[in-house]
Design a protein around this ligand. Structure first.
Ligand code: FES
Length: 111
């Protein structure tokens, strides 16, 4: 039987994320962000593989205008939400660092 670590805390509530949408999260000293696409949520380290700097345009704004791709504000690299692969821009073929997460009881948790 799985038991929860009583000290673990969720990253955020699912309903804090628009669909599609994104949110910056500071978690145990790590700068992360979550991206929602339908009922799926993906969590990444907030660090562009191009220059190693945060990606967002403005707080919680990690997506392009279509809401379907993650976009780095600095040089416009585009990343697939489900894998973090850069599909356009100066770091094409590189990946954001993804952290496994799960949605349970309306909350997003790291695995
Ligand atoms: S720092 Fe992200 S594309 Fe250059």
């Amino acid at each position: 039987m799985m038991t929860d670590n009583p000290t673990s805390t969720p990253l955020c509530r699912l309903d804090e994320l628009n669909d599609p949408g994104s949110k910056g999260i500071l978690y145990q000293g790590l700068s992360l962000f979550a991206v929602r696409q339908g009922q799926q949520v993906f969590v990444y380290q907030n660090r562009c593989p191009h220059r190693g700097i945060p990606l967002e345009w403005t707080p919680d704004n990690f997506l392009d205008s279509s809401g379907r791709l993650i976009q780095c504000a600095t040089h416009g690299a585009l990343f697939l939400p489900e894998s973090g692969e850069c599909v356009s821009g100066p770091c094409s073929g590189e990946y954001l660092r993804q952290l496994a997460c799960t949605v349970r009881d309306g909350q997003v948790w790291l695995e």
